[in-house]
Design a protein. Structure first.
Length: 367
């Protein structure tokens, strides 16, 4: 079975593990088309023994849903896959480009969606979406809510499978990070956040919540985004500047090291009119590292955490502060959540499980 995959996120090595697991399965001949650069990230992984990687130029790099591959038809003709796996949204131009080629060369195709809010898109995305939903053979939805949204748009429910994001548990596990902690001057209970510094991720809520904590703490913020300067200003205003450590975006290979510096990780996402948390990958990565997690009740977060972490009402800084204080003062609870979190990932969110479920879809498509 020849499978051709396109996905912009494959510039990052962290996203390759599922496909490494897929390539190990029976009769799978895998080829990944990977952009040489996406936005500010250069290709981290250009070679793999398990499958073929084709680094190639991408037009409009960094522009979600507008980008496309000028040499894609050339590779489709060369490889002649049985299945075209398009790890992109159903309203994206690159999905339209790929499905058009799949139809031209009589190739079965699937797309992947994380849209958990029913939206009507403006032209040209409305027309792109209509074409893709009509012509795709199968779809992978990231959650039950996503599946329901897609079915609500008229896509056959029997041709949608729910597969959540997987975690590389061999990469994300408990490790010693004493040297990095010393370098970052983390000398107290460390509350962590790793992700984009944007309004919908609730980073300012996190600053306000920790400012109410009476115990000693450090706040480690890893990432980048439009709120970078506001974080500095807000930290000074709240009188917690000395407690905060900000680290710019890091390579994916370094994420486990930073997670292991944290005594707990917080994902304080806030729902907006156009967005709510679709999964919260950093939660499962932290849980896999046996780091206790606290998340808001935005979108999929409560379903990801289950009973293996704490959930607070989104936007409620007092509730978040209370949950943080509870963790700081209860080492037994932290230990319990750490063990339960790791086991939840092993049971539900491994890359191996995601690969097996994807393989089942491939088999259905070519029968």
């Amino acid at each position: 079975m020849k499978v051709l995959v396109i996905w912009k996120a494959l510039v990052s090595e962290a996203y390759h593990k599922r496909f490494i697991e897929l390539a190990k399965l029976k009769d799978v001949e895998l080829t990944l088309i990977v952009p040489t650069r996406w936005h500010k990230t250069n290709l981290e992984k250009g070679f793999c023994n398990e499958y073929k990687i084709i680094p190639t130029k991408i037009v409009l790099s960094g522009y979600n849903h507008f980008h496309w591959y000028p040499r894609l038809e050339k590779y489709v003709r060369q490889i002649r896959p049985d299945i075209f796996h398009i790890e992109e949204e159903h309203y994206s131009f690159v999905t339209y480009q790929a499905i058009k080629l799949a139809k031209k060369y009589n190739i079965k195709c699937l797309f992947v969606t994380w849209q958990n809010i029913y939206k009507k898109y403006p032209f040209p995305f409305s027309r792109i979406e209509r074409y893709n939903l009509k012509n795709a053979d199968y779809a992978i939805a990231g959650s039950k809510e996503v599946k329901n949204v897609l079915a609500g748009k008229g896509f056959d429910n029997k041709r949608i499978s729910e597969i959540p994001l997987g975690v590389d548990t061999t990469m994300f596990h408990k490790i010693e990070s004493t040297e990095l902690m010393s370098k970052l001057c983390l000398e107290a209970f460390t509350i962590g956040y790793l992700g984009r510094f944007v309004v919908e991720k609730g980073v300012i809520d996190l600053l306000k919540a920790v400012s109410k904590i009476k115990d000693k703490f450090n706040l480690l913020l890893v990432g980048d985004g439009e709120l970078r300067n506001k974080i500095t200003i807000e930290g000074k205003h709240l009188g917690i500047s000395d407690n905060i450590r900000v680290v710019d975006s890091i390579p994916s290979s370094q994420v486990p090291n930073y997670l292991n510096c944290m005594d707990c990780l917080v994902l304080p996402s806030r729902t907006t009119r156009k967005w709510k948390e679709q999964f919260g990958r950093v939660l499962t990565e932290a849980m896999s590292c046996e780091v206790p997690v606290i998340g808001s009740d935005s979108g999929e977060i409560p379903n990801v955490i289950g009973d293996c972490g704490l959930v607070f009402k989104e936007g409620d800084v007092d509730d978040l502060s209370s949950k943080l204080t509870r963790l700081i003062n209860n080492p037994d609870l932290r230990g319990e959540l750490a063990k339960k979190g790791r086991q939840r990932v092993l049971d539900n969110f491994t890359q191996k499980k995601a690969a097996r479920e994807t393989y089942k879809i491939y088999q259905k498509m070519i029968c």
